[in-house]
Design a protein around this ligand. Structure first.
Ligand SMILES: [Fe+2]
Length: 242
């Protein structure tokens, strides 16, 4: 186990940054997060005080079977999806700088822990993610398929929205952990469109800027039942590029 690599102590800047981020993130999550992210956030008992990630990892594992996997920088698709397939969520081990409170270009510890771990507590979402990773691992040798699947991951797990009880809720970790991204996503309905696999596959994105487009799943259950369609679309895309 790579537990020893999880950060367990933090300096004053890290502690202050975490607290400030959590202040706005908790309100946003409780008001606009999807039901599963809200429930997972409460179950994980994340607070405004940063704590040893060993403790967070233990609670995550007890609740979901998932572990945090500290990962520095970018990793290969094989490594990334291999971790997800085995219920290890790639987690940046360091906090963003205080100057990046509103919008951090790269994932940091806060983004990964508060943006992604809560929804993993929902067993169905965890299964969805391992199933998704399984599809990706079967297509590692097809560049167009890997590009399309990266778009699907981005437009769901990072910037996805979902219809819930007649309203639009946040599912994606990049929106949950950024007040600027949340304002952008929730502010103008013209930026939101119904999620379909074909349109997601055809839509590019820029990780260094606020999104121009957000995809809304018709329901949480509808999103989680899309894996068969995703595999078929991946195979069709693969076949069209041989
Ligand atoms: Fe992320």
């Amino acid at each position: 186990m790579t537990d020893a690599q999880l950060p367990h102590s933090f300096d004053d800047e890290d502690r202050g940054t975490w607290s400030l981020l959590m202040e706005s993130c908790r309100t946003r999550l409780r008001q606009h997060g999807c039901a599963q992210a809200r429930a997972g956030f409460e179950a994980l008992e994340l607070s405004e005080h940063i704590e040893s990630m060993h403790a967070v990892d233990k609670r995550l594992h007890d609740l979901s079977g998932w572990h945090m996997q500290p990962v520095e920088g970018l990793v290969s698709d094989q490594h990334f999806y291999g971790l997800l397939r085995n219920k290890h969520f790639p987690t940046a081990p360091t906090m963003r700088k205080r100057s990046e409170l509103e919008f951090a270009e790269f994932p940091d510890l806060f983004h990964d822990v508060v943006g992604h771990l809560p929804i993993l507590v929902d067993r169905a979402y965890g299964d969805f993610l391992t199933g998704f990773a399984g599809i990706a691992l079967r297509h590692l040798d097809s560049e167009p398929v890997m590009k399309a699947l990266a778009r699907f991951y981005w437009f769901t797990t990072e910037t996805g929205l979902v219809e819930e009880d007649g309203g639009t809720k946040i599912l994606g970790g990049a929106i949950l952990t950024s007040s600027a991204e949340a304002a952008n996503a929730m502010g103008d309905p013209a930026r939101r469109t119904a999620l379909t696999v074909s349109e997601v596959f055809a839509t590019d994105y820029d990780i260094f800027d606020l999104q121009q487009k957000y995809f809304v799943a018709s329901s949480y259950e509808a999103l989680l039942s899309v894996l068969d369609e995703l595999e078929e679309a991946a195979q069709a895309l693969r076949a069209s590029h041989v």
